[in-house]
Design a protein around this ligand. Structure first.
Ligand code: 8HZ
Length: 109
């Protein structure tokens, strides 16, 4: 089936997410969470479906998303995982909120 035309819009969103200007709050979300490096052994028990924007970018470039909705579902998984694992008082929770604002603004257009 022809690719969803909205998918090229997803490329724009990913380009925005990876901009250097967002690095202060985007860096925890640009590559898979490494429970060993971060010393959070319970991460794999708490977060059933890990996701990150590096993986999303790879899937987008590999044509693994057939609709923009599939892309959006993976992006929401990144933020939901962050809020499940990092309590509101944890700086990473707030960084997720900051990056989510960037996403919502770009996604809502
Ligand atoms: C003891 C402790 C507590 C919290 C964290 N969270 C955290 C996460 C994280 C991101 C997404 C996610 O779904 C889960 C965790 N990424 C980091 C980074 C890059 C540095 C420091 C903390 N970080 C790490 C260790």
């Amino acid at each position: 089936a022809p690719a969803d035309p909205q998918l090229k819009y997803c490329q724009q969103v990913i380009r925005e997410i990876f901009k250097r200007s967002h690095l202060n709050y985007s860096h925890p979300f640009l590559a898979p969470v490494d429970p060993v490096a971060l010393n959070i052994p319970d991460y794999t028990r708490i977060v059933k479906h890990p996701m990150d924007f590096g993986t999303i970018k790879k899937k987008l470039d590999a044509g693994e998303y057939h609709t923009a909705q599939e892309f959006e579902a993976d992006t929401r998984l990144v933020f939901d995982n962050c809020y499940i694992f990092n309590p509101p008082d944890n700086p990473v929770h707030q960084m997720g909120k900051q990056l989510e604002q960037v996403f919502e603004q770009k996604w809502a257009g």
